[in-house]
Design a protein around this ligand. Structure first.
Ligand SMILES: [Zn+2]
Length: 149
């Protein structure tokens, strides 16, 4: 099932097969389909798919934080690594917060969605804490530039 699929789909309330939302009856169990209910259900399903793909993008970006951090110790690209590290460290909590405001209220029993929500929380919270710590260190460093190390 692709999230770029233009066909609106939803799960048949009778047999749980994924079916076309514009169909008049389920092609698996022949149950009649209420078009309004099908439209609403397919909208939720599209949102759930979007939530899952956004969550995996956040996960990829969180991994990139570690890569950028490692680059700080590589000669020549260390400046670039530090810059990318800071940018990503701000970007990930921002994306996690945006995800939460957009998708957290979706009511879905789908395992993929619940996993996506856990993933976003498991990444967003520690990265936010890390961001606060890094900003605190930077602030202390700037306010006491002549302090002995
Ligand atoms: Zn069915």
């Amino acid at each position: 099932m692709s999230m770029f699929d233009p066909v609106r789909v939803f799960q048949c309330p009778n047999c749980n097969e994924t079916i076309d939302a514009s169909a008049l009856q389920c092609r698996f169990c022949s149950a009649p389909i209420d078009p309004d209910m099908a439209e609403a259900a397919s909208a939720v399903m599209a949102k759930v798919n979007q939530a899952c793909s956004d969550a995996s993008f956040i996960k990829t970006t969180a991994w990139a934080i570690l890569v950028a951090f490692a680059f700080r110790f590589v000669p020549i690209v260390s400046g670039l690594g530090s810059m990318a590290f800071l940018i990503l460290l701000v970007a990930v909590p921002a994306m996690a917060l945006r995800w939460w405001t957009k998708f957290a209220r979706i009511v879905s029993s789908e395992a993929d969605f619940r996993r996506a929500r856990r993933t976003v929380a498991a990444i967003g919270i520690p990265v936010s804490i890390l961001l606060v710590m890094v900003l605190a260190v930077l602030f202390l460093g700037l306010s006491a530039p002549f302090r002995n190390r």
